[in-house]
Write a protein that binds this ligand. Sequence first.
Ligand SMILES: [Zn+2]
Length: 116
Amino acid sequence: MHEMSLAEGVMGVIEDAQRAAPNGADWVVRTVRLEIGQLAAVEVQALRFAFDVVKHDTVANAAVLEVIDMPGTAWCMKCGDTVAIAQRGDGCPQCGSHQLQVTAGDELRVKDIELA
Ligand SMILES: [Zn+2]
């Protein structure tokens, strides 16, 4: 399950942020906001579960994971336009072409971390 390694990656970002913060050791993480693209093939439930496991006994022990869904978009070569797609392999909603290049929605990134 690759959500476990994603959760470990998120934990790594949190630890880096804490090290960079003044008096980082005195802070606890309240909220972690993640942007997850619709095309990223991430099981959000599985990621939440994995994060609950990796945050145990860390500064993020009480942290709440907030997930922001990022829409998938692609560039259609036929239309010469950016179109919305719900999943990889979908055709262009305007012309049906599959000559699409994904431009957004395949990312997973930590948007921000709330320390308190
Ligand atoms: Zn098109």
